[in-house]
Design a protein around this ligand. Structure first.
Ligand SMILES: *Cc1c(COP(=O)(O)O)cnc(C)c1O
Length: 361
């Protein structure tokens, strides 16, 4: 073989990136990844195992995932005028969306925001522009967004609603102005729809450039990897050309269809988590030197005002609790941490540990 150089093989953006890292949660109470902490009721589990027997694992999956699409349409009340596209998690949908853009495209999103928008944009050699949110309350800086839109003419804008990692819902009127001003696509990412009591789904007929992205991950099916995109058929017919034919595997199709058709237990779990979110928020608010931020998702962002986020994170881990430390992102997330809402027991253990650490540090 002639001379061979890694740095000449790959795109320069790729060489300067790092892979997305996931913390090891072994033997820890896992409150870092916005998972639903509950498993399935025993009788539901038994029924599910029965349905799995009918899965022809020797065959390729249904490339259109027709039964699953129908179940998603009915459980999400998606109108017949809209098309849907399924992805291996909404992460794959983000990738499909960005793969469809011209090579010189600019991707725009409020910052801090969901890290995969930037990660995937850079991995594809696209430009990413983050527009800082307002520091006090993480709301959209609408004038800054509109200015960035007019100057950069982004091909695609992501708006997470509610936003991750901040947990707040952006102002709906501001979002509408952004959709109206945008020259390209606007993707409203509703990953936390089950907890939010707010949605842009009913707006989809009004704006041809609006797409809604959802996922089953935060609802309680993170292990299945299923996300979906809803929008005008003219848009989705193009995006569907990029989707790999069998991207939703048979086990996911059969399991997600079963879960959605027997989904009342998931809704009950969601309601419990929302009630717990209110309790955890109050308890964090009552702690000295901790400032929690209001959340419409299944997690709460909070700031440590006295000891550093690193100290708090490490001390929690020593007590067997894993949350997410956002401090390394710096800027307005300095000394911020994010805790996922767990079971009532897990939440109490977390809050007790917080109290302990703050009293002794
Ligand atoms: C978790 C999350 C996703 C990714 O969801 P998957 O379907 O599990 O890939 C997308 N967007 C936001 C804002 C998220 O927080």
């Amino acid at each position: 073989m002639s001379e061979f150089s890694i740095s000449k093989l790959f795109r320069s953006e790729l060489l300067s990136m790092s892979a997305y890292k996931v913390a090891d949660a072994k033997n820890l109470i896992k409150l870092d990844a916005m998972e639903n902490p509950y498993t399935w009721p025993e009788n539901i589990q038994q029924q599910w195992l029965q349905t799995l027997k009918s899965c022809d694992i020797n065959r390729y999956p249904d490339p259109e995932a027709r039964r699953l699409s129908a179940a998603l349409r009915s459980s999400n009340e998606i109108s017949a005028q809209s098309e849907i596209l399924l992805g291996n998690g909404s992460d794959e949908i983000i990738q499909i969306l960005l793969m469809s853009l011209p090579a010189n495209a600019i991707v725009l999103a409020p910052e801090p925001g969901f890290v995969m928008y930037k990660q995937v944009a850079h991995s594809l050699g696209l430009q990413f522009k983050g527009v800082p949110v307002v520091a006090d309350d993480f709301s959209l800086d609408l004038p800054a967004m509109l200015l960035a839109i007019s100057e950069l003419q982004p091909s695609l804008i992501f708006l997470a609603y509610p936003n991750n990692p901040t947990g707040n819902l952006f102002d709906a009127e501001a979002i509408k102005q952004i959709i109206f001003a945008a020259p390209g696509l606007v993707v409203v990412d509703e990953a936390y729809a089950p907890f939010a009591n707010a949605s842009f789904l009913s707006e989809i007929g009004k704006y041809k450039n609006l797409l809604i992205m959802r996922t089953l991950s935060k609802l309680g099916l993170a292990g299945l990897r299923l996300g979906f995109l809803i929008g005008h058929p003219d848009l989705l017919v193009q995006l569907n050309k990029i989707r790999l034919p069998y991207n939703i595997n048979s086990l996911t199709q059969i399991t997600a269809t079963f879960a959605l058709n027997n989904g009342s237990f998931l809704l009950e779990q969601t309601q419990t988590l929302c009630a717990e979110r209110a309790l955890v928020f109050k308890a964090l608010e009552a702690l000295a030197d901790i400032k929690p931020y209001p959340s419409a998702a299944n997690f709460i962002l909070f700031r440590s005002l006295r000891i550093t986020a690193n100290q708090l994170f490490d001390a929690l881990k020593l007590q067997g609790i894993l949350i997410k430390n956002l401090s390394s992102q710096g800027g307005i997330l300095e000394n911020c941490l994010r805790v996922t809402i767990g079971t009532p027991d897990e939440n109490q253990i977390f809050l007790k540990a917080m109290q302990n650490i703050l009293q002794t540090t």
